[in-house]
Design a binder for this molecule. Structure first.
Ligand code: NI
Length: 178
């Protein structure tokens, strides 16, 4: 295991646009991907972006298989997505609670497209091209935002729907996504 420290909001790298990957199927890229997967698993997150461990490259990992933190959510295949592009397939957006390993303990309500197409590459250079909806679409939009230097609080329009997970859960208002 190579579990890395997850940087928190305030670290400058989280505000930077990440660079595209130019060489695939290298030891360095495999090492980065393994570090991301190990760190995500350790933190029980649904996704993690390279800038969150201090690497300003366009690499994200995400996936959800029977995660006890999200008992009601559909599963998402474990995915390594590099140099991603997202295209909304409808104008429809939906509010949902999000969290982020770089904003620990907090949750906020964020509006996301409900139906998107995303494309990019895996770590070997294989093409990825998927059309997804709802929770899967939300997770991808959240992770890819990290590559544009964007954290979910920057997407929020109603700062009253922002708070500490423990308090929100007490108020029984939240079913969170991180
Ligand atoms: Ni995040």
């Amino acid at each position: 295991m190579s579990v890395k420290k997850v940087l928190r909001m305030g670290a400058p790298v989280l505000l930077r646009a990440a660079e595209p990957v130019v060489k695939f199927n290298t030891r360095a890229l495999s090492g980065l991907v393994n570090n991301l997967l190990d760190t995500m698993a350790k933190q029980e997150g649904a996704g993690l972006a390279a800038p969150q461990i201090g690497v300003s490259l366009q690499v994200v990992v995400f996936g959800l298989v029977a995660n006890p933190r999200y008992p009601d959510e559909e599963s998402i295949p474990m995915t390594v997505l590099i140099n991603p592009r997202i295209e909304p397939l409808s104008d429809q957006m939906e509010d949902g609670w999000e969290g982020c390993l770089s904003v620990p303990g907090l949750r906020g309500l964020v509006s996301r497209y409900t139906h998107i197409r995303y494309s990019g590459f895996d770590q070997f250079g294989g093409k990825i091209d998927r059309e997804v909806r709802d929770f899967h679409a939300r997770v991808v939009q959240h992770e890819c935002d990290h590559l544009d230097g964007m954290l979910y609080p920057q997407r929020m329009t109603n700062m009253r729907a922002f708070g500490f997970e423990e308090e929100l859960e007490k108020a029984a208002e939240v079913q969170a996504v991180e």
